[in-house]
Ligand binder design. Structure first.
Ligand code: DGY
Length: 332
């Protein structure tokens, strides 16, 4: 009997997805769900041809050199800044991610965070829970208008366009965006979005939502200089990646009310959060949950599993990031 390929699932996922993988492979799981250290990950990957990862597992040249049998790494995330894709390509290792299945869910959450931030939902809830509500007042927790305001979007991929559609069609917002490349006219029309420079975006947005991928170029794309260009009444929402915002500079801007408020789902060095952000009241903080509905997280885990199954069984993954590692005839 030929030996079945062995794979690793690096973090706890849904049992039914593990069961699907077990129909094809010998599967080792991480039952404690504690993220592996790089050394533990390398050790657990010995003899494995595939692995399902999340953003907490770094895949770089060092790991690849230590795991020469590895052929495919499937991230259960659309973002893949935990991958060194050129190193994976050089090692002939396929990388995949989970686009599309989380777009609308993540856009929903971007809007939820925008609303909570503009309308001071968590700040006022803390006040109530602390027993401080003794009388109603006309200006109590008066926040910023959402409907009819200007929505700014930095990074206009699928999720950015989902947020733009919600703002334009649902809330009558004027939408401006900046992106590495401008959308085609039909996509701009569908989102009722106008392309502007980054400086114009910072100056015009009442609510600025960050939805760009993290890279060396986008590191601290929003720092003290950019925050100083925003309106003092503006809110900033980050559902993209930690490190895109200089969290220390943001905490100062929030404390000094140089912008009105922020909503953050991602943080530099998460799960650690800059201590100054924990002490300013005008920030809504959530633990990287923008795509977290049961249906969407299952869809993400299933797509990662499907990538590994399709690649190891037929050589043809569904959502490859480096199709150049595939034989020419299989590249989409
Ligand atoms: C993603 O899919 O990139 C989300 O941020 C979850 O990691």
């Amino acid at each position: 009997m030929t030996q079945r390929p062995s794979i690793l699932v690096a973090r706890a996922i849904f049992p039914e997805v593990v069961a699907r993988l077990r129909e094809h492979f010998d599967v080792e799981t991480n039952d404690t769900d504690a993220p592996f250290t790089p050394a533990q990950l390398a050790e657990r990957l010995q003899g494995k041809v595939g692995v399902l990862t999340t953003g907490s597992e770094r895949v770089d040249a060092g790991l690849l050199a230590a795991c020469p049998q590895l052929r495919v790494v499937a991230n259960i995330a659309v973002g893949y800044n935990n991958f060194d894709v050129p190193a994976m390509t050089a090692a002939g290792v396929l990388a995949t991610n989970t686009p599309d299945v989380l777009t609308e869910t993540t856009a929903d959450f971007g809007f939820a965070l925008l609303m909570a931030t503009a309308r001071r939902v968590t700040e006022s809830e803390h006040f109530l829970r602390a027993g401080l509500w003794t009388k109603w007042a006309l200006d109590m927790f008066a926040g910023a208008e959402v409907h009819g305001s200007t929505l700014g979007i930095l990074g206009m991929g699928r999720i950015g366009q989902g947020i733009a559609r919600r703002g334009a069609h649902g809330f009558g917002m004027k939408v401006v965006y900046h992106n590495r490349s401008r959308l085609d006219a039909a996509s701009e029309a569908a989102c009722q979005a106008r392309y502007v420079s980054k400086a114009e975006l910072l100056q015009q947005a009442d609510h600025l939502v960050l939805v760009l991928p993290y890279s060396a170029e986008s590191h601290h794309a929003i720092g003290a200089t950019e925050l100083a260009q925003m309106k003092p009444t503006a809110t900033l929402i980050n559902i993209a990646r930690g490190g895109i915002v200089d969290d220390a500079a943001l905490a100062v801007a929030l404390r000094e009310r140089r912008i009105a408020a922020a909503g953050l789902d991602v943080f530099e060095g998460e799960p650690k959060v800059h201590p100054d952000l924990l002490t300013v009241p005008n920030v809504v903080l959530t633990p990287h949950i923008a795509s977290a509905t049961i249906a969407t997280r299952k869809a993400m885990a299933n797509l990662a599993a499907d990538n590994v199954i399709a690649f190891l069984n037929q050589g043809q993954p569904l959502t490859p990031l480096n199709p150049e590692v595939l034989p020419k005839e299989l590249r989409a």
